[in-house]
Design a protein around this ligand. Structure first.
Ligand code: GLV
Ligand code: MN
Ligand code: MN
Length: 407
């Protein structure tokens, strides 16, 4: 818990949150400081440390049979603007603590146990989430990845090189049999566990996320002089498009369909200038990708109508459209057996948030352990996970890693 507190100090200052929030954008000074600190913690413990070309960090406890595929765990330490201090970090520092505790207990793992800290699980800087795990699982083309740009038009290639991560991104990819198993500990980020008074969630599947960028182009002009009947206001069209997203998402009637327009860039962005161009980023997810696509079709239909009646042009750019992931029945069964043995109440559940495990599932058998977070709050400064729940999550992680490492 004290390491979580220390990690939370590596943050860009956000005065509006009275110092309670964490903002740690990939390859920012704070992200780099956090990486150095994490690697020092691992080295102190005698674990082997390396990073790859995109900055994924690997912390390995060598097993007695080092040729065997390792058992792995991990998560991310980057944080969206104005976030809390538990999202991702619990899986990284919890993973490290699980490994240290197993070492203290005298375990001699047959398979190596490896902790992974992924680069940019959050999409804040380059517009796409799970950069590190996408590249590791061969889900994202390395050339396209290197060409991705941040808001200052700096490419990933340039930014990672400046941060000291060199070499071709193609080298980040791991073979499907590289890991024997993958297990990630994470806060639930939703209200189910707390509401039902259950301390542990065992994730059986992860919902399918997609991301799109819409650019709406209209006609700018003087806010006083451009007459209302002559306007082709890009922001007014964007407002209608956002409401269309909400309408069609609600219309599925399914609790698992969710969509969010979380950014809106208005050009030229002056109070006395009619908006000429707006860029929206849409995040849409569902456990059923076909239903997700049907919502997109309905939004496209509205977009066509908007272009005609508001005389604007709307272009749509696909950022990512991913499939859902299923957990490994074997790892789920190990987790359930542990809960039953130790009398720990648990609930099998879907993860509506995405995680690096979504992509690790493409190259390894995976599962996730969820712990409750207060009021189901996440991606907010008041995100909170209780020490007792965190401890239990780490205990479960350690126990099952140990079992897997002896297989
Ligand atoms: C991860 O942060 C997500 O947006 O699900
Ligand atoms: Mn997050
Ligand atoms: Mn996370």
């Amino acid at each position: 818990m004290s390491e979580l507190q220390t990690l939370a100090t590596f943050t860009q200052a956000e005065p509006v949150d009275n110092g309670t929030s964490v903002t740690r954008i990939v390859f920012s000074a704070d992200d780099l400081r956090a990486r150095t600190w994490l690697k020092e913690l691992a080295a102190t413990e005698g674990f082997e440390v390396r990073d790859d070309a995109v900055g994924n960090i690997f912390i390995r406890w060598i097993g007695t049979d080092p040729q065997l595929p390792a058992v792995a765990t991990g998560s991310h330490t980057d944080a969206i603007p104005h976030a809390g201090m538990y999202d991702g970090t619990v899986g990284v520092l919890g993973g490290l603590e699980a490994m240290r505790a197993l070492k203290r207990s005298g375990l001699r793992p047959r398979r190596s146990i490896e902790l992974v800290m992924f680069t940019s699980e959050e999409p804040t800087r380059f517009g796409i989430g799970c950069l590190g795990s996408r590249l590791m699982s061969g889900t994202l083309d390395p050339v396209l990845a290197d060409a991705k740009q941040d808001k200052d038009e700096a490419t990933l290639a340039a930014v990672r090189t400046a941060a000291g991560f060199n070499g071709p991104l193609s080298s980040v990819r791991l073979e499907p049999n590289h890991y024997h198993a993958w297990l990630e500990l994470h806060i639930e980020q939703g209200p189910m566990l707390e509401r039902e008074g259950i301390p542990v969630g065992i994730v059986t599947s992860i919902a399918a996320p997609a991301g799109y960028r819409f650019t709406i182009t209209g006609l700018g002009g003087h806010a006083g002089a451009l007459l209302m009947p002559d306007r082709r206001d890009a922001l007014c069209a964007a407002a209608e498009l956002i409401l269309s997203v909400e309408k069609h998402t609600l219309a599925t009637g399914a609790i698992d369909t969710v969509a969010t327009v979380g950014t809106c860039d208005v050009h030229p962005g002056a109070v006395n200038s009619v908006p000429s161009r707006v860029v929206l980023q849409l995040d849409i997810r569902d456990t059923d990708p076909t239903r997700r696509e049907s919502v997109m079709e309905a939004i496209r239909c509205d977009s066509e109508k908007l272009q005609q009646c508001r005389k604007v042009t709307i272009t749509e750019e696909l950022v990512n459209a991913d499939a859902p992931a299923q957990s490994s029945p074997h790892i789920v069964q190990l987790l359930e057996a542990l809960c039953t043995e130790q009398g720990i109440p648990y609930k099998k559940m879907v993860s509506r948030a995405y995680h690096d495990s979504l992509f690790m599932a493409r190259i390894a058998p995976i599962a996730m352990i969820f712990i409750p977070c207060r009021n189901g709050v996440s991606h907010r400064p008041d995100e909170y996970a209780a020490p007792d729940d965190t401890t239990l999550g780490v205990h479960m992680l350690a126990s099952v890693l140990a079992k897997l490492a002896l297989e």
